[in-house]
Design a protein around this ligand. Structure first.
Ligand SMILES: Cc1ncc(COP(=O)(O)O)c(C=O)c1O
Length: 205
């Protein structure tokens, strides 16, 4: 951003466990906490695996086999099995403990989108930039496009920084499915969240 002589109004990353979003977003947190600047930092997840936007902040295992120590994090339940969406890297039931706490303290925002809108934005990006993005990264791209369109409507100029976390050259089947109408959107139902809550480990603090 220094090279571009700019500073982001919004920093966007897709969010599975949280590493790429943390990498791009956390360096800006110091400014936010100091009160010097106030960039929005946005975690984007699939509507079918809405860990931050619909999960609960509780102690849970990091894996289905319950081998990890318990971690306080946003979770959909360690036995949550998301539908077979194409952004495989965003199908994790939890979020990193640090990212979860920052989200809980409202230093980060969360957004969730369905995969049809995400793939449409991925194609827009591929056609304009000549880079085929990973389905995971395309969640960040979609959020960036939504942000840019909103800025246009409001007549505002915004610096939007997003992380292109990977390429999609191993995801050509997913693009083929999208272009041939074989993809569907899935919303995570609230009954599934309530059921997962019942199965969370009991913790005495
Ligand atoms: C291209 C890409 N981006 C993002 C992610 C999400 O992981 P994280 O939230 O840990 O960055 C993955 C996970 O596999 C991925 O493959």
């Amino acid at each position: 951003m220094k090279l571009a002589r700019d500073y982001p109004d919004v920093v966007i990353g897709c969010c599975g466990g949280g590493s790429n979003l943390s990498g791009i977003g956390f360096p800006f947190l110091r400014d936010k906490i100091d009160g010097g600047r106030n960039p929005r930092i946005v975690a984007v997840e699939p509507a079918s695996c809405p860990t931050l936007t619909k999960g609960v902040y509780a102690y849970d295992f990091g894996d289905t086999a319950k081998l990890t120590p318990m971690l306080k994090m946003y979770t959909l339940g360690h036995d949550f099995v998301p539908p077979g969406i194409h952004a495989g890297g965003l199908r994790y039931h939890g979020s990193s403990a640090v990212l979860s706490q920052l989200y809980h303290e409202k230093l980060l925002e969360g957004q969730a989108y369905g995969q049809l809108a995400v793939f449409a934005s991925a194609l827009t990006f591929a056609r304009s930039e000549g880079i085929l993005p990973a389905p995971e990264s395309s969640h960040a791209i979609h959020a960036a496009i939504v942000e840019a369109k909103r800025a246009d409507e409001e007549g505002k100029s915004k610096a939007i920084l997003f992380n292109l976390s990977g390429h999609g050259y191993f995801d050509l089947a997913a693009y083929d499915d999208f272009r041939n109408g074989r993809l569907q959107d899935h919303e995570h139902p609230s009954e599934a969240i309530e059921a997962a809550l019942v199965r969370l480990p009991k913790v005495d603090l």
